[in-house]
Ligand binder design. Structure first.
Ligand code: HEC
Ligand code: HEC
Ligand code: HEC
Ligand code: HEC
Ligand code: HEC
Ligand code: HEC
Ligand code: HEC
Ligand code: HEC
Ligand code: HEC
Ligand code: HEC
Length: 298
């Protein structure tokens, strides 16, 4: 009786590791099946930051490396035709939460501090919706090509980028991410600066001042007069002068009627109307440092 029990116990002790070993034999390494010949696209990852050894992994050809994003995928490894990997990004993708959790495991913090709660997160965007992980060059990280990814969803911004006055976004000199953090930020519209104006000052520093005579709206919000995405008017202005100015200055020192065409033709045109672009005289519309620049004329 005792003998039988010990024998079966011994047996079990021996069999357990054997069974585990046998299972491990069936589960092949990812790259044993996803060879360069069978899945050439997969091997692009060895040409970017993830696969090229910068991620601290000792061996990027090990399955542990692939599992970092796709999960351990044991079932897939033993029966690939019936079982999909644990985490999928492409056609039969896992939920955005599952996908993004895989990335955020390594990429929480820094620029992605505000990801949770950002509009993109709330709208169920996935990291891989913008980033390509298996190619040598991630399009969304390249100034010249980034906008193509964004335009796929933001058609209105795309349309404005072709208006006569724009930031050179399509030309690749300015990118969306110069002004926006696509992973979210505490600023409305996920801007990169602490405020809208600070975002602009990172390139247009001369508009920051300090000025002896400030123009209140310029100190407050550049967006009161400019549409950063594009405009039919010169200098990205939201409206033409003098109408731009007259949105706020209806009853100033000057006659208070709207400076439209009603005073024309000739006979009645007064000197306030002709040559009446406010900027002809008030050229320092962003602020003045001239001792007598109080009226922003110099
Ligand atoms: C035994 C061979 C084998 C192993 C090992 C294997 N795969 Fe696969 N894998 C396949 C085959 C075959 C397909 C295509 C299945 C299909 O199209 O239905 C596939 C498909 C995939 C896909 C695409 C799934 C989809 O959405 O269509 C991913 C991602 C993937 N494998 C990742 C991995 C990862 C990561 C590992 C290692 C953890 C791994 N594979 C190990 C054979 C294997
Ligand atoms: C850093 C995250 C990450 C790592 C590491 C990673 N993948 Fe992927 N994988 C992805 C993403 C994201 C996709 C979706 C397509 C894309 O973005 O390129 C994908 C797609 C795939 C596909 C489907 C390709 C297709 O064209 O349908 C296969 C197969 C695959 N991965 C296998 C692997 C293997 C094998 C490894 C290890 C050598 C690996 N992946 C490592 C993130 C990763
Ligand atoms: C195992 C940890 C790990 C995982 C998981 C991971 N990454 Fe990374 N990733 C890294 C490291 C490390 C770098 C290199 C950072 C560096 O060079 O500063 C990096 C770099 C990047 C970069 C910058 C690449 C460049 O060329 O500058 C992007 C974008 C990125 N990862 C996106 C993702 C996305 C999207 C996922 C999920 C699909 C993901 N990562 C999953 C560790 C990881
Ligand atoms: C709406 C598109 C979009 C989505 C969604 C997105 N990213 Fe990015 N990501 C970008 C762009 C654009 C950049 C380049 C930013 C720059 O140059 O400042 C970037 C840069 C990065 C970088 C490299 C910058 C650095 O920190 O060094 C990492 C890492 C990264 N993203 C990870 C992620 C992760 C993780 C997710 C998902 C939680 C994600 N991204 C979702 C567009 C996106
Ligand atoms: C020069 C800076 C700048 C650049 C470059 C820029 N934006 Fe913006 N964007 C802004 C500002 C400022 C706002 C906020 C406007 C407001 O609140 O009045 C904004 C608002 C937005 C909004 C919120 C809703 C809307 O349409 O007003 C979206 C979406 C957007 N931008 C997408 C993009 C995309 C996509 C790109 C690249 C093609 C881009 N932006 C390039 C500055 C910029
Ligand atoms: C898969 C679709 C998709 C892609 C790709 C995409 N966005 Fe968005 N984005 C959205 C949706 C949906 C919203 C929320 C509704 C809206 O404002 O249009 C949004 C909102 C925004 C906002 C407003 C955020 C806020 O906090 O108010 C900005 C800015 C923005 N996106 C910039 C970008 C930039 C820059 C890119 C490219 C790097 C990009 N988006 C790529 C779908 C997308
Ligand atoms: C990443 C740098 C950068 C940021 C940030 C930036 N700009 Fe610009 N801005 C430029 C460049 C580059 C030009 C084009 C200059 C040229 O063509 O000579 C430009 C041109 C302009 C113009 C003149 C457009 C024209 O038709 O000539 C205006 C107005 C302007 N920016 C306003 C803004 C406002 C408002 C903001 C903040 C919402 C802003 N910019 C943020 C780089 C930037
Ligand atoms: C009260 C309306 C108004 C506000 C507010 C305003 N601007 Fe302007 N901006 C103009 C007008 C009008 C022009 C064209 C006349 C000129 O060249 O000064 C202009 C031209 C520009 C130009 C292109 C010409 C140049 O001077 O370089 C830039 C860049 C610019 N503004 C940036 C800004 C920034 C940055 C802010 C926010 C700090 C801002 N503007 C706020 C009215 C405004
Ligand atoms: C969004 C509203 C707004 C717009 C648009 C606007 N302004 Fe102003 N402007 C103000 C405010 C507010 C003051 C400060 C008035 C005060 O301090 O009494 C001011 C002050 C001025 C002053 C100095 C007046 C004084 O009493 O010192 C001049 C000159 C002026 N603006 C010209 C212009 C011109 C020219 C334009 C068009 C390019 C323009 N403004 C567009 C709101 C605006
Ligand atoms: C022909 C030159 C000229 C034109 C054009 C002009 N202004 Fe003036 N404006 C002046 C001068 C000069 C003063 C200062 C008068 C003074 O200090 O007594 C002034 C003063 C002002 C003031 C301050 C008024 C006050 O009560 O102190 C405002 C606001 C103003 N202008 C707005 C405008 C607007 C808006 C336009 C376009 C519709 C415009 N100006 C067009 C020359 C001009």
């Amino acid at each position: 009786m005792m003998m039988a029990l010990t024998r079966s116990l011994l047996c079990m002790l021996l069999m357990l590791p054997l069974a585990l070993w046998a299972q491990a034999e069936q589960e092949q390494g990812c790259l044993q099946c996803h060879t360069l010949q069978v899945s050439p696209a997969v091997h692009g990852i060895f040409a970017n930051h993830h696969g090229a050894g910068k991620n601290g992994a000792t061996n990027n050809e090990s399955s542990a490396f692939c599992s970092g994003c796709h999960g351990a995928s044991e079932q897939h490894r033993s029966d690939p035709l019936k079982q999909l990997p644990d985490i999928r990004f492409g056609d039969q993708a896992s939920s955005p939460e599952q996908q993004n959790a895989a990335c955020l495991g390594c990429h929480k913090g820094q620029e992605r501090m505000a990801w949770v709660g950002s509009l993109h997160q709330q709208e169920d965007l996935s990291c891989a919706g913008c980033h390509s992980l298996h190619s040598a060059q991630d399009q969304v990280l390249s100034n010249g090509q980034q906008a193509d990814t964004c335009f796929g969803c933001h058609r209105d911004v795309q349309a404005k980028s072709h208006l006569p006055s724009t930031h050179p976004v399509v030309a690749g000199q300015v990118s969306c991410s110069d002004c926006h953090n696509p992973h979210g930020s505490p600023t409305p519209s996920s801007l990169t600066g602490v405020t809208l104006n600070d975002t602009c000052f990172s390139c247009h520093a001369e508009k920051r001042g300090p000025f002896l005579f400030e123009h209140a709206p310029a100190a407050e919000d550049c967006g009161l007069c400019h549409d950063p995405h594009g405009s039919v008017n010169r200098d990205l202005l939201t409206s033409r002068t003098p109408f731009l100015c007259q949105q706020c200055h209806s009853a100033a020192f000057h006659p208070s009627q709207l400076m439209d065409g009603s005073g024309l033709p000739s006979g009645s045109s007064n000197m306030n109307l002709l040559g009446k672009n406010c900027l002809n005289c008030h050229s320092q519309v962003h602020g003045s440092n001239h001792p007598s620049g109080g009226r922003l004329t110099r």
